[in-house]
Write a protein that binds this ligand. Structure first.
Ligand code: PLP
Length: 418
């Protein structure tokens, strides 16, 4: 299909041309004496995105799921008790992994569309007088439902309960896109992947580990091989990896961290918020609702949009893809067919998102959903225009006078020379 594919799934996100160019490298020897010049600074700079000065960063050739596994297996032992809320497909999958690894999980089942139930976490922690619960698993941004939960509130709940459990956070669709402060919020294990806020292809599992979590490594008895932090520590200490790293992705990561730092993380977060608000204005104008039930849970990285009863979100997605070259995110598991998702994270601006909103509008109308043509696009435009920062004045060429003198005839010789 002609033209660019409009990629609006909530990961993988658009890879900026700069990052694509940085990844376009011939393969190199990952054991050369030059290699540490690439790897060591990347590991150090990565921590800036996690906002940590004291944690240690790890880069695995995997995806977010691998970093989930690394977080659990390097700090916990079979039979250890952990607590986790389940309120969407990704929080569900992390719980499933923990159970399959042999952990005992206290599952706090919560309505999909709601945020993590901090009160219930708090009650369970207070009740755990023996401190049997070794870790709190917390999905910061539930990508399946477009819900962001209050991470500082979770830290406070742990502090108020005076509970020493590790705070393990899934930040796959938050880190690098919405506010995340590893040190300030006392996060012990922060998990993410390369294909969302980092604007890279999938292929890296990124993990930051606090000193407190690192101290658990020695006594943690869960099996680990590929994800063993000890092996990684030994190799990383000299600037290498225990196995073959993905060179293009490391070059890409270096570039994407550079881009995030150039824009400034706070500006990146503000941009995502502004884009998300425009998308939410569109949803409202369409007369539809978000899966996220309250504004306090609205995600700035993904909007999960409920389709009216009787319609199938999968059809909207399929029409958008086949007719308009627009990729929208699917409803997952119990949300299948009930919603479609627009990812508004990564390398993105207003005009790009307008394209997605217009495409979604057309696809919904094609699927028979009653939508006022242009309503969502107009609402997003109005929001962005009315909230735009003022532009500084610039000298521009003046407008030509309306009554134009006739153009002088071109000398014949000059015209012929052309
Ligand atoms: N956690 C969340 C919140 C996610 O959105 C995803 C993927 O979309 C994952 C975990 C799994 O990450 P990956 O697909 O990179 O393994």
């Amino acid at each position: 299909m002609a033209g660019r594919n409009f990629l609006f799934v909530p990961g993988p996100t658009n890879t900026p041309d700069r990052v694509l160019r940085a990844m376009h490298v011939a393969m190199e020897d990952h054991r050369s004496s030059d290699f540490p010049k690439l790897a060591a600074p990347v590991l150090k700079d990565l921590l800036k995105v996690f906002k940590s000065q004291s944690a240690q960063a790890y880069v695995f050739p995997s995806s977010g799921t691998g970093a989930w596994e690394a977080a659990l297996t390097n700090t916990l032992s079979p039979g250890d008790r952990v607590i986790a809320a389940r309120f969407g497909q990704f929080s569900h999958l992390w719980i499933d992994m923990a159970q399959r690894l042999g952990l005992r999980v206290d599952v706090l089942d919560t309505e999909w569309g709601e945020g993590a139930p901090i009160e219930r976490y708090h009650e369970a922690l207070v009740a755990d007088k023996q401190h049997e619960i070794k870790a709190v698993l917390f999905t910061h941004n539930e990508t399946a439902t477009g819900v962001t939960s209050e991470l500082p509130g979770m830290r406070k709940a742990l502090n108020d309960a005076k509970h020493p459990a590790l705070l393990a956070v899934d930040g796959v669709s938050s880190i690098g896109s919405i506010d995340f402060r590893m040190d300030e919020w006392g996060v012990d294990l922060a998990v993410t992947g390369s294909q969302k806020g980092f604007m890279l292809p999938a292929g890296l599992g990124l993990l930051a580990v606090s000193q407190k979590a690192k101290a658990c490594y020695g006594s943690a008895k869960l099996h680990r091989v590929f994800f063993d932090l000890g092996d990684m520590d030994k190799a990383n200490a000299t600037g290498y990896f225990p196995y073959t790293p993905s060179l293009p992705l490391l070059y890409g990561l270096r570039e994407s961290i550079g881009m995030l730092m150039e824009e400034g993380l706070e500006n990146v977060f503000a941009r995502h918020h502004r884009l998300a608000e425009g998308a939410r204005a569109a949803v409202k104008a369409w007369g539809l609702s978000l899966c996220a039930r309250q504004p306090k849970w609205y995600s700035d990285t993904v909007s999960a949009i409920m389709v009216p009863p009787g319609f199938n979100g999968a059809e909207v997605i399929d029409i958008a893809y086949r007719r308009y070259n627009l990729a929208l995110g699917a409803g997952l598991a119990r949300m299948a067919g009930k919603l479609f998702r627009i990812g508004h994270l990564g390398d993105l601006n207003e005009c790009m998102l307008l394209g997605a909103l217009a495409g979604a509008e057309m696809a919904m109308r094609d699927a028979g959903i009653k939508i006022q043509p242009g309503s969502g696009v107009a609402a997003a435009e109005e929001y962005w225009r009315s909230s735009a920062a003022p532009l500084e004045k610039r000298e521009l060429p003046p407008r030509a006078p309306d009554a134009q003198p006739a153009e002088p005839a071109r000398p014949a010789a000059a015209a012929a020379a052309r």
